[in-house]
Design a protein around this ligand. Structure first.
Ligand code: GLU
Length: 285
């Protein structure tokens, strides 16, 4: 059975781009007789606002969607830690501790990853912290991990078969020092734990899938299919964002707009003035 999901982070209110994403995931599941899941991605304790999770549920109901909710990320911290420490560190030996600050990485980095982050220059790879690692992040030795995993492919329903290229991201953080796990590790473990078979999300996360595919191989997890949908863009061709003035769904709801009508319009491609759908199969927005 097909299982899709919508996985918002409660660090900002949902806007039309989120509505579109939730509708795509919901409709793919319904059209194929499957399940649509809601997962609250609250791994980032410092930025998460618990009250937003309830607002998200009200937004989705207002859009006329029905879902099954699975455990939030904050309930899975032990699993993230176990997978990282027992499998990646102890069994495979592909993690190392890193004490570099963000500023140090920025100063030494020479390459940029596809998601715009800086590729870690490898400073701590040869000299990881021994002893007290409580103030360290844990990074993956990407070259070694790729060698263990061998060549990998993954399939996006819209873009077709992809050669996995996790090496473009370099030694990414797997366990953060300021949060229990990185997005890459948490999303990979959660999608497996939730039985997701079709990972549905925006094209802006397309490249992250290279890293997720590698982690699946290392952790021995089954491989889902992906569906990276186009994004809603503002009048300047940028991805919708609350900080760039996209109204929150909650504001539209409170102003008396009909969420089901809005959902039908989004499905039919009738977008509000100034908003368009991104083109192409892959986007660097
Ligand atoms: N939590 C992420 C976000 O709100 C989505 C992650 C995903 O769909 O894999 O952008």
């Amino acid at each position: 059975m097909i299982v899709t999901r919508f996985a918002p982070s409660p660090n900002g209110r949902l806007h039309l781009g989120h509505a579109f994403s939730a509708i795509v995931a919901h409709d793919l599941a319904v059209a194929r007789g499957g399940r649509f899941l809601l997962r609250i991605e609250d791994i980032d304790g410092a930025r998460s606002r618990p009250e937003l999770a309830d607002e998200f549920r009200r937004d989705l109901a207002w859009l006329g969607l029905e879902w099954d909710e699975v455990p939030a990320q904050s309930t899975r911290v032990v699993q993230y830690d176990w997978m990282a420490q027992e499998v990646l560190y102890r069994s495979l030996g592909v993690l190392y501790s890193c004490r570099c600050t963000r500023a140090e990485v920025a100063a030494a980095a020479r390459e940029t990853a596809p998601d715009g982050s800086q590729v870690y220059p490898g400073t701590c790879r040869e000299h990881p912290v021994i002893g007290d690692t409580s103030h360290c992040a844990w990074r993956i030795d990407m070259a070694q991990a790729c060698e263990i995993a061998g060549p990998l492919t993954w399939v996006d329903e819209l873009a077709g078969e992809q050669q996995a290229r996790p090496e473009l991201f370099g030694d990414v953080v797997i366990l953060r020092k300021d949060a229990p796990a990185s997005y890459h590790l948490a999303a990979t473990i959660d999608d497996n734990a939730d039985g997701v078979t079709l990972v549905t999300r925006g094209m802006d996360l397309f490249d992250s899938t290279h890293v997720h595919r590698l982690l699946q191989a290392l952790l021995g997890l089954p491989v889902p299919t992906w569906h990276h949908h186009p994004l809603l863009l503002d009048a300047n061709g940028r991805k919708l964002a609350k900080r760039r003035g996209s109204p929150a769904l909650a504001e539209l709801r409170q102003a008396g707009e009909d969420g089901r009508v809005l959902a039908e319009h989004l499905r039919a491609g009738k977008l509000p003035a100034g908003i368009s759908l991104s083109e192409g199969l892959h986007s660097d927005l």
